[in-house]
Design a protein around this ligand. Structure first.
Ligand code: UTP
Length: 297
């Protein structure tokens, strides 16, 4: 019987330089798509996949993120007094159980691999998930749930994967495929940010992972690589070198790279249009704006 995946690490200690000046004081993960912060999308996806313990790797300047998960009794009382049941329910759905969240500090932004390593003492001898809240995935079955179901069959380590165009492949961790079974692919190598023209495939790693605890031990051994950072990809690739299984999982759904401005704007439009109360007004506005040469100038 395989162990269930009940813990997830959320590495949120990055500096978010692509969103400066906003990220000078607002953590990227608190920025909102319509009215919900990025982190809420990731939490909801994790809960749907059966995650019970949420481990945040944070850094200086992220207190707004910790505050977000506090209960808000004054606000709840006011909404109750005013009979605003719907808003009250919206607020309650963001409450987390006592003891379900842990915060670990990454003192220096030494890379994603290092951020995950910082949480090592909170992970026992069981597989765990890693979720990057910058990657927001709209899907009928939430992406991590799809992966947990697939992982129950395969075991090993698993990374979410999607095909990206040639011009973008150098920005990602890329899979070298062994056997391609459609949604599940077995992997014989992984390379982080391959120089142009050297990528082994177009199948790129996206910010959802199910990893064995051995990957945390590999993080102890590997050296910084791309961008002089400790890369999670290298620690997973080390699994393959040691003869253990690593799989890519082609998820069903649409992924938005909310760590980039263009991706964030696309997600805002897509999630805005998906709201029944906004759809008509917003789509009308968008088609008018698209026809103007100098919108918002
Ligand atoms: P990014 O590569 O997007 O970096 O990190 P960033 O600092 O968040 O953003 P930019 O590139 O400066 O705009 C991917 C994920 O890894 C986390 C980030 O918080 C994000 O969730 N991360 C990255 C860490 O937790 N620690 C690090 O040292 C680096």
């Amino acid at each position: 019987m395989r162990k269930r995946v009940t813990k997830a690490i959320f590495p949120v200690a990055g500096m978010g330089t692509r969103f400066l000046p906003a990220t000078k004081s607002v953590p990227k993960e608190i920025m909102t798509l319509v009215d919900r912060p990025l982190i809420q999308y990731a939490i909801d996806e994790a809960r749907a996949a059966g995650i019970k313990e949420f481990i945040f790797v944070t850094s200086r300047g992220k207190s707004a993120l910790e505050d977000y998960f506090d209960h808000a009794p004054e606000l709840e009382n006011k909404l109750r007094q005013d009979g605003k049941e719907e808003l009250l329910e919206t607020l309650r759905s963001t409450n987390m159980d006592s003891g379900a969240i842990a915060y670990i500090r990454q003192h220096k932004p030494l890379g994603l691999g290092h951020a995950v390593w910082c949480a090592r003492r909170l992970i026992g001898n069981e597989p765990f998930a890693v979720m990057l809240p910058d990657d927001v995935i709209a899907a009928e079955t939430p992406c991590l749930q799809q992966m947990v179901e697939a992982h129950a069959e395969t075991g090993g380590s698993m990374v979410a994967a999607m095909e990206v165009p040639d011009v973008k492949v150098s920005s990602y961790g890329v899979l070298d495929l062994n056997e391609d079974h459609g949604s599940v692919v077995s992997v014989k190598g992984m390379v982080e940010k391959p120089p142009a023209g050297t990528a082994p495939s177009n199948l790129a790693v996206i910010g959802r992972y199910i990893l064995t605890p051995q990957v945390l031990r590999n993080l102890n051994k590997i050296k910084p690589s791309a961008g002089n950072e400790l890369q999670l990809t290298d620690a997973i690739a080390e699994e393959i070198n040691q003869g253990r299984d690593v799989f890519g999982y082609r998820f069903r759904g649409q992924r938005f790279d909310c760590g980039s401005k263009a991706g964030f704007l696309q997600a805002t439009v897509a999630f805005g249009l998906a709201r029944p109360e906004l759809r008509d007004e917003f789509s009308h506005y968008l088609s008018e704006m698209a026809a103007l040469p100098n919108a918002a100038q």
